[in-house]
Design a protein around this ligand. Structure first.
Ligand code: AP5
Length: 223
């Protein structure tokens, strides 16, 4: 299974990506997580990415594409891509790379959510600094404050989850990433998922969309 997850910040892509990666037993490639890991370790890539991330802007395409192509080489048996592609140039670069390796996408899952729900989810989000799982102080708190339920790592607020930065990220999503819905619909790869509602409800819809639950849309015939 080779999946791309699309959707605005706060749609729950990361939350659902972890569940799907566990269900399929395939690697999760999350560009935002890779950048944050590099920021934490103060690498050259991390210093470059941080300038853009803290302002809610996109990291330049050449940096992201090279990083994703490297990660795909280590995932020959399938993958879930969360946060990539984010504009047309990235989508075309991904398509070229997957054609070269003869590994076509199975589907693009597009999670849809209202902007006001996204803002509410993001300002309350806390992220595990070790395994990157996410919680929400109001909607889905950890059992023990500040501590990840799964790995015991420290939880913290992301720099880009301040409300003004969240609104800038939503603007960029609508300008640059939303057009990819048409790009993948035109290739008969698009599967839409209503991302309003509880995590369990959204997970059920996502699993139906990729055919893990009988009666779902299922992946396209060529998957
Ligand atoms: P990235 O880390 O990819 O962030 P994002 O796409 O903005 O998405 P988020 O992680 O904010 O939201 P999500 O949809 O994953 O929601 P989550 O599951 O966490 O990118 C960050 C930055 O990196 C970018 O701004 C950019 O600078 C750079 N970058 C990354 N990729 C790039 C690329 N390809 N090109 C250029 N730059 C790139 O959930 C959010 C919250 O809601 C959590 O608190 C969660 O617990 C809660 N929640 C989730 N689902 C539900 C639910 N159903 N009900 C209630 N609460 C829920």
């Amino acid at each position: 299974m080779r999946l791309v997850l699309l959707g605005p910040p706060g749609a729950g892509k990361g939350t659902q990506a972890h569940r799907l990666a566990d269900r399929f037993g395939i690697p999760l490639i999350a560009t935002g997580d890779i950048f944050r890991n590099n920021v934490e370790r103060d690498t050259v890539l991390g210093r470059e990415a941080r300038r853009y991330m803290d302002a809610g802007e996109l990291v330049p395409d050449e940096v992201v594409v090279a990083m994703v192509v490297g990660a795909l080489e280590a995932a020959p048996d399938g993958f879930i891509l969360d946060g990539f592609p984010r504009n047309l140039a990235q989508a075309e670069a991904l398509e070229t790379e997957l054609e070269r390796t003869e590994q076509p996408l199975s589907a693009a899952l597009a999670f849809s959510i209202r902007d006001d729900t996204a803002v509410k989810r993001l300002v309350g989000r806390r992220t595990c600094t070790t395994c990157q799982r996410t919680y929400n102080l109001a909607l889905h708190p950890p059992k023990v404050g500040g501590v990840c339920d799964v790995c015991g790592g420290r939880l913290e607020q992301r720099q880009d989850d301040r409300e003004d930065t969240v609104r800038r990220r939503l603007e960029i999503y609508h300008e640059s990433t939303e057009p990819l819905i048409g790009f993948y619909a035109g290739r008969d790869l698009l599967r839409t998922v209503d991302a309003e509602g509880s995590e369990a409800e959204v997970a059920d819809r996502a699993e139906r969309a990729v055919g893990l639950v009988t009666g779902g849309q299922g992946p396209p015939a060529r998957a």
